[in-house]
Write a protein that binds this ligand. Structure first.
Ligand code: GAL
Length: 344
């Protein structure tokens, strides 16, 4: 308070501001400060810094230095239907996002025909090669190819260049997820229809999938993993296409397992509040660690308007629970997420 009085005095003297002028300026500062705390409204339209709806569906987030990069499926209206696009947004606070452009623009790379599919892009940064390596689900219209595609860039914001596609470890792969452990090791999660849920380590240059850590004989899409207080938590959704279902989680002490049976992350009747998992994001701050559930609320007939359901999870001691969505503030410096009083 003393500091504010001194500052106001200084401003009055130097710039001849009246008290009202000082009050106005301070209230603007406080508003900016309030925005800095940053409120996320799960399931609401989420504009980027230019006011356009964020298009980063089935996405994944990495942190490079102080910045977060969110990559996802670009689904805005009016795109050239010959291409598939991956968008990139950057943010320092996970709330205010700057559109960095469509960092991958790809025409049918494997002669897959009309309505070919590029979904769930995930970008890994390789510290040795200094390359950004993007994995995505690549398929034909009938989802029979079941491969991953890889594209590479020298910078986080592209452009990414297509390199190749393959079936990881020779297995079918549709939905993919990414997991980077606390030791920096990078893993691809992939859904293999005949066999189950793979958690597989990437090769040293990330250009290949090297070996299975676990193959859980459970059919789960939208796979995601977080390492929290000595336990691994894996989540995923059932196979119901664009329609929501009760997502589930399992735990293990090691990535190799053994994994517990899968349990509900929310009351089954609410079908994950209309969302499908895409990532678990751990925010380790100076005061606490928050784990965010990131999910997509798909609108198959209006994909450009599909929404994001992000919520801080209740997690610990082998239990994980997605509370009923409501707005929350997020402070990436302290790691704190505070639920707001009014429910959405
Ligand atoms: C979902 C999957 C999406 C997309 C969709 C197509 O289950 O998670 O990424 O493939 O099916 O129906």
């Amino acid at each position: 308070m003393i500091k504010i009085e001194k500052l106001a005095g200084y401003m009055r003297e130097k710039y001849r501001f009246g008290w009202m002028g000082c009050i106005c300026i301070f209230s603007v500062c406080f508003q900016v400060q309030a925005q800095k705390a940053g409120i996320i409204h799960p399931g609401a339209a989420w504009p980027d810094q230019k006011g356009n709806p964020i298009q980063a569906h089935g996405g994944g987030i990495i942190k490079i230095g102080k910045n977060y990069y969110w990559y996802g499926e670009e689904r805005r209206q009016g795109l050239d239907s010959n291409y598939r696009y991956v968008s990139c947004y950057s943010s320092a606070d996970l709330v205010n996002w700057k559109f960095e452009g469509d960092v991958l623009q790809l025409s049918d790379p494997e002669n897959l025909g009309r309505h070919w599919v590029l979904e769930r892009p995930k970008v890994f940064y390789n510290r040795q090669t200094k390359k950004y390596v993007m994995y995505f689900h690549l398929d034909d219209a009938r989802y029979k190819l079941a491969r991953v595609g890889i594209a590479v860039s020298n910078t986080a914001t592209g452009n990414f260049k297509y390199v190749k596609s393959f079936r990881p470890l020779g297995h079918e792969s549709r939905d993919i997820g990414q997991f980077i452990d606390d030791d920096g090791a990078a893993y691809l999660v992939f859904e293999d229809r005949p066999n189950g849920f793979h958690i597989a380590k990437l090769s040293a240059d990330y250009m290949d999938v090297e070996r299975d850590m676990s193959l859980i004989p459970q059919h789960m899409e939208g796979g995601a993993i977080v390492h929290y207080k000595g336990l691994y938590y894996a989540i995923g959704s059932a196979l119901t296409g664009w329609n929501p279902n009760p997502n589930k989680y399992a735990i293990a002490k090691k990535l190799e397992g053994p994994w517990s049976p899968f349990e509900d992350i929310a009351p089954p009747a609410v079908k994950t509040y209309g969302a499908q998992s895409t990532m678990l994001l751990k925010i380790t701050g100076s005061k606490t660690t928050t784990v965010l559930f990131m999910g997509d609320q798909w609108k198959p007939k209006a994909q450009w308007d599909s929404r994001y359901l992000w919520m801080p999870l209740e997690i610990g001691n082998g239990k994980l629970w997605l509370p009923e969505p409501r707005s929350f503030s997020l402070n990436v410096k302290t790691g704190e997420a505070v639920l707001q009083k009014d429910r959405e």
